[in-house]
Design a protein around this ligand. Structure first.
Ligand code: C2E
Ligand code: CA
Ligand code: CA
Length: 450
């Protein structure tokens, strides 16, 4: 609960360009919400324009006071309308409006921008004042009786000298974005790094199209080995972005951004096609190829059109589907696991292999093993990291036995030392992928190794 202090791993520039971009962002959002000229029709609170006007007045006239903008929206408000009907949705909005209206005073303005977006601009002494207000509104809203759950999220921006209220609203809504998907927090205070992250995300989103076109997106492959013989038994395709200015960008940085914007579909398709293409060309050169697995983002694994694309690739490049296993991670955030396994088993019927990625790291469940046909399990690096603890050894030993008994191939991820390798071999896990053997390398280099 409460403020989130997670460090963002990337915090670049706040250039002129960045400032301009943020300004455009705020204009765009304003235009979007600019439907009400005065009071919001339904709730009779101030609409966005008078809120900005009054808010700026308040800030200007009381330069010695501190103000905060609290902005709130309801997580997936659309489903309230869909589930309970528009009339119920409207009633809820009126109720929320009353929760905000309570705080109206000479030093506090309440507003309803549009749909489920509400705001307060309030004078405060202490951050605790703000949190109290949020807590009160939060409790009232979650207590509202409806058949579907209502989850409000609050973003806060504290005023700084010279700050405009519309900018404070932008920052407050960035703070809200920062909460999304975190089950136990419902408010967040704006920090500068959120703006940097947003700008960085926009930058990489803007550049991805050109990056693909200009060949800056590269496919690397990390070999998988049999630890007993050190022979290469396969590989995993891992995407890299070689940025002409920023250098190598790792997927941990850009994949979450692409998942939000949907670009991941293009990137994945590009990677898959490269893999098929290379396998075909090696095949034609008479090289004994090994399977190169590809990652399938959870974004399309739950949709059926990716299956056709996979089949087309296998046909176009005349590469056996067995040569391109699909690494999939089950996600706790998506409940549509049925669609996931339907797509997978459809492809398995067409001879693709299914590899369960990051097994044991939290999402992939044991339960799934008894219901689904899994060809390979990739034991997550967390197990291997902990291998010095006795308890961890018990877990790993038994996991290896269980997976063997189920007749599923097992591979350990992230093996970095001889000790780890020895322990795994002693206990019957022979396959590994890790820096101890090979780091990811450009796909052509992998081809040469073969
Ligand atoms: P993953 O699928 O679990 O991939 C394994 C990651 O572990 C890779 O990081 C690899 O470089 C790293 N790794 C392998 N051995 C070791 C080791 O011994 N020590 C350490 N510390 N790390 C090791 P990478 O390439 O940065 O990829 C991160 C994640 O990004 C991947 O995790 C995968 O979820 C995602 N990803 C990578 N390429 C793609 C892609 O083409 N499409 C999609 N959808 N996701 C991708
Ligand atoms: Ca993987
Ligand atoms: Ca993994």
């Amino acid at each position: 609960m409460g403020r989130d202090h997670k460090e963002m791993d990337k915090s670049p520039m706040m250039t002129e360009e960045g400032r301009e971009e943020l300004y455009l962002y705020s204009l765009k959002k304003m235009a979007h919400g600019n439907t009400s000229d005065g009071y919001e029709e339904l709730t009779k609170l101030f609409g966005i324009k008078p809120f900005f006007f009054k808010g700026n007045e308040l800030l200007r006239e009381n330069p010695d006071q501190r103000y905060a903008v609290i902005q709130m929206n309801i997580y997936r408000f659309k489903t309230v309308n869909e589930f309970c009907g528009r009339a119920e949705g409207d009633k809820l909005l009126m109720f929320i409006a009353d929760c905000f209206r309570r705080y109206e005073s000479e030093q506090c303005i309440a507003a309803h921008f549009r749909a489920d977006i509400f705001a307060l601009c309030m004078q405060y002494e202490d951050e605790k004042d703000i949190i109290d207000v949020i807590d009160n509104i939060y409790q009232d809203i979650v207590g509202y009786q409806l058949p579907c759950r209502i989850l409000p999220a609050f973003g806060v921006c504290l005023s700084e000298p010279g700050m405009d209220i519309s900018l404070m609203c932008d920052y407050a809504s960035l703070a809200i974005d920062n909460i999304k998907g975190k089950v136990f927090s419902y408010y967040s205070f704006y920090e500068n790094k959120m703006r940097d992250v947003m700008l960085y995300e926009k930058k990489i989103e803007n550049e991805v199209g050109d990056a693909i076109k200009n060949g800056y997106i590269k496919v690397f492959v990390q070999p998988k080995v049999d630890m007993r013989t050190r022979k290469i038994i396969g590989g995993e395709a891992l995407v890299r972005w070689i940025h002409p200015v920023d250098g190598m960008i790792y997927p941990d940085v850009f994949i979450p951004v692409f998942e939000k914007s949907g670009y991941i579909v293009d990137v994945d398709c590009y990677v898959w096609e490269q893999v098929f293409q290379k396998l075909q060309s090696w095949q034609n050169q008479g090289i004994d190829i090994v399977p190169i697995s590809v990652n399938v983002s959870r974004l399309h694994v739950y949709q059926s059109n990716f299956t056709d694309f996979m089949l087309e690739l296998a046909e176009k490049y005349t590469v056996s589907p067995e040569m391109v296993p699909l690494e999939v991670t089950e996600s706790a955030l998506v409940d549509n696991t049925e669609a996931l396994y339907q797509n997978i088993s459809y492809l398995q019927n067409q001879h693709f292999k299914f590899s369960m990625d990051d097994f044991g790291s939290g999402y992939s469940s044991l339960n799934m093993l008894k219901d689904e046909h899994v060809d390979e399990i990739k034991m997550d690096k967390v197990f291997i990291d902990d291998m010095d603890s006795e308890k961890s050894q018990i877990v790993v030993r038994n996991m290896i036995n269980m997976i063997e008994e189920l007749g599923i191939n097992l591979i350990a991820e992230g093996v970095e030392t001889q000790r780890q390798a020895d322990f795994l071999i002693e206990n019957g896990c022979y396959r590994a992928q890790g820096y101890y053997y090979y780091k990811p390398m450009p796909i052509d280099e992998f081809g040469k190794l073969l």
